[in-house]
Design a protein around this ligand. Structure first.
Ligand code: DGL
Length: 266
C-alpha cells in the first residue's frame, strides 16, 4: 500500500473530468493529478504518432507527480496510444472503451448510435468492440462535429451549443436509434443539451465513465495500491493552455473547490 501516491488522469483537454468525477465519487480517499492537454486539443484529427508523443510526455509528467496508476480519460488517446503506453511503462493503465456492450444489451430495436471523434472511429479498439458486441445490430456512427471545441470553451448549454449538438445528433435520431453511446469524454458535459435536442424520442444515453472508474478501482485493489481509508486526499489540476474552463467545470462537480490549478507546458 502506497500512501503518498496518486491516480494520474489525462485527456486532450477538460473532457476527462467526466471520468475524474466518477473516480473521486467512487474512491474519495484517493488523491489525483489531472493533466488537460488543451493546447494540443483536439486530438481527433491528429496522427497516431502525434498522439503517442503527447501521451508519453504527459505520462512522464504524471509519473514525476507520483502516479501509481494512470487513467487515459480520452477515447482518442486510448485508441491511438494505450498499447504503446502499456508496452513501455510498468504501471497499470486504464483506458476508455466505447460502451457498445451495454448499448447492445439495452437496445430494444437493435439500433445503436455512437458519437465519437474521427480518431476513435478509425482505431482498432472501436472495430473490435463493434464486431464483438454489435455484429448483428445496426450501429450508426457519427462524429460530434464541434462538440470538443464547445466543451473546451466552457459552452455547454448556449443556443450555439444547441445548434451544434443538433447538427450531429438529429441525423442519428432520424435513423431510429434507441441507444446513444457517448464515446468521447468531452461529450457527457453536453448531456443536458443532447437530452434537450432528443426530447420525446426515448433515447437511452450511455456514458462509460462509471465503469471506467470501477475498473480503475479493481486494478488498484489487484495491485495492492489502494490508499488507506483515513487518508485525506488532494487533487491537482494542470493544463497546457489555461486553467479557466478546467476550474469552471470542477466547480460544477464539487461543492467546495479549493484545489490547485496550474498551467504547465510539456
Ligand atoms: N476527450 C477526447 C476523447 O475522449 C476528445 C478528443 C479530441 O481531443 O478530439 O476522445
Amino acid at each position: 500500500m502506497k500512501d503518498n501516491s496518486c491516480i494520474g488522469v489525462f485527456d486532450s483537454g477538460v473532457g476527462g473530468l467526466s471520468v475524474w468525477r466518477e473516480l473521486v465519487a467512487l474512491m474519495p480517499n484517493e488523491s489525483t493529478v489531472y493533466y488537460a492537454d488543451s493546447a494540443y486539443c483536439p486530438y481527433g484529427p491528429k496522427t497516431q504518432q502525434e498522439i503517442i508523443n503527447r501521451s508519453s510526455k504527459i505520462v512522464d509528467f504524471l509519473l514525476q507527480q507520483g502516479a501509481k496508476l494512470i487513467v487515459v480519460a480520452c477515447n482518442t488517446a486510448t485508441a491511438a496510444a494505450i498499447d504503446y503506453l502499456r508496452a513501455n511503462y510498468s504501471i497499470p493503465f486504464v483506458g476508455m472503451e466505447p460502451a457498445v456492450k451495454p448499448a447492445a444489451f439495452n437496445t430494444k430495436n437493435g439500433k445503436i448510435g455512437v458519437l465519437a471523434t474521427k480518431g476513435t472511429f478509425n482505431g482498432r479498439l472501436f472495430l473490435e468492440t463493434s464486431n464483438k458486441y454489435a455484429s448483428d445490430l445496426h450501429l450508426e456512427i457519427q462524429v460530434g462535429e464541434g462538440f470538443v471545441e464547445l466543451v473546451e470553451a466552457g459552452e455547454l448549454d448556449t443556443d450555439n451549443a444547441e445548434r451544434i449538438v443538433k447538427a450531429s445528433v438529429i441525423p442519428l435520431l432520424d435513423r431510429g436509434i434507441d441507444q446513444l453511446v457517448l464515446a468521447c469524454t468531452h461529450y457527457p458535459f453536453l448531456c443536458e443539451t443532447i437530452k434537450k435536442v432528443s426530447a420525446g424520442k426515448n433515447i437511452n444515453i450511455i456514458n462509460p465513465a462509471p465503469s471506467v472508474a470501477k475498473q480503475a478501482c479493481n486494478l488498484l485493489q489487484q495491485h495492492n495500491l489502494k490508499s488507506s481509508d483515513n487518508r485525506k486526499s488532494t487533487h491537482h489540476f494542470y493544463s497546457s493552455l489555461d486553467t479557466k474552463v478546467l476550474q469552471l467545470l470542477v466547480d460544477t462537480i464539487v461543492e467546495d473547490n479549493t484545489y490547485k490549478f496550474e498551467v504547465k507546458s510539456l
